[in-house]
Design a protein around this ligand. Structure first.
Ligand SMILES: [Zn+2]
Length: 292
């Protein structure tokens, strides 16, 4: 559904080999092929179970990550594009017409963007440090052909906080999603925006991840019966990853420990720090999303 069959064969050919280097960052071990296969399958299963109504939401705790993987190329630790596969699975097998992918990983998900760049059935919304690896994701990249207007890139400077992320969700993602009316929302959940992450780029805390999840749950309840599937992307501090994933899971299971009213007050009082970025993206996207 997503990858070039020759590329899939190249991945499977790495089975039981000590080491195959796909790119400077992306090196396989003997079982990488199997982990990658199960990661993609894990997202598919999560999507299936949520669409079937067996569960209301899901978090696929998978590795390797996926959002940099291109149709015919591994990149940036990613082998298969797990979420793109999950989205195509929802479109083709379950007959959906509109899938929204939200990507809060530190890096731009160039793979997801390129796979759906001309496809209006998948709206890709990414917040990421820019300019930064993989050097794509400028705000003027909005899709092409039938997909023009269905890619939304929010370029962030380093040092963004819980309030900045939530304000982008409230002021850009929400109005666009309300107009798009997704039938399911998939999330590239990267934890490399945590303040303790060794990449030292953003200042998001456990409460910030909880708040983003809370906003996505509220949004999906309003728009698509709460159908929400997250999949693990980056995140390189083991303790921060553990605690942040736990904070997300408390939200998903309805046992929130996050102080929503305090978070909202903070967001309102700190709006100015992200206002310029929001306005810049609105100016570009207003052509496609008149509510902005
Ligand atoms: Zn990342």
């Amino acid at each position: 559904m997503v990858h070039d069959p020759h590329y899939v064969d190249r991945v499977l050919d790495t089975a039981e080999k000590t080491r195959v280097r796909f790119d400077p960052d992306t090196v396989t071990s003997p079982k990488t092929y199997k982990a990658a296969w199960m990661a993609a399958g894990g997202v598919m299963e999560a999507v299936r179970a949520v669409l079937a109504g067996e569960i209301s939401n899901a978090f696929a705790l998978i590795r390797p990550p996926g959002h940099h993987a291109l149709r015919d190329q591994a990149m940036g630790f990613c082998i298969f594009n797990n979420l793109a596969i999950g989205a195509c699975y929802a479109l083709k097998t379950h007959g959906l017409e509109r899938v929204l992918i939200v990507d809060w990983d530190l890096h731009h998900g160039n793979g997801i963007q390129s796979i759906f760049y001309d496809d209006p059935r998948v709206l890709y919304f990414s917040l990421h440090r820019y300019p930064f690896f993989p050097w794509t994701g400028g705000p003027e990249e909005v899709g092409q052909g039938n997909g023009e207007g269905y890619t939304v890139n929010v370029p962030l400077e380093f040092g963004c906080s819980d309030a900045d992320y939530a304000n982008v969700f409230r002021n850009l993602l929400l109005p666009i999603a309300r107009r798009y009316r997704p039938e399911i929302v998939l999330v590239a959940a990267g934890f490399d925006i945590h303040h303790a992450d060794p990449l030292r780029s953003m200042k998001v805390s456990e409460a910030g991840f909880a708040r983003m999840t809370d906003l996505l749950m509220e949004m999906t309840r309003e728009l698509c019966g709460g159908k929400l599937v997250l999949a693990l992307e980056g995140g390189y501090d083991a303790d921060a990853l553990r605690d942040s994933v736990a904070a997300v899971l408390w939200e998903l299971t309805g046992m929130s420990k996050m102080k929503r009213d305090e978070m909202r007050e903070l967001e309102d009082s700190q709006f100015q720090t992200i206002a310029k970025t929001i306005e810049q993206v609105k100016t570009i996207q207003r052509k496609y999303w008149s509510d902005l």
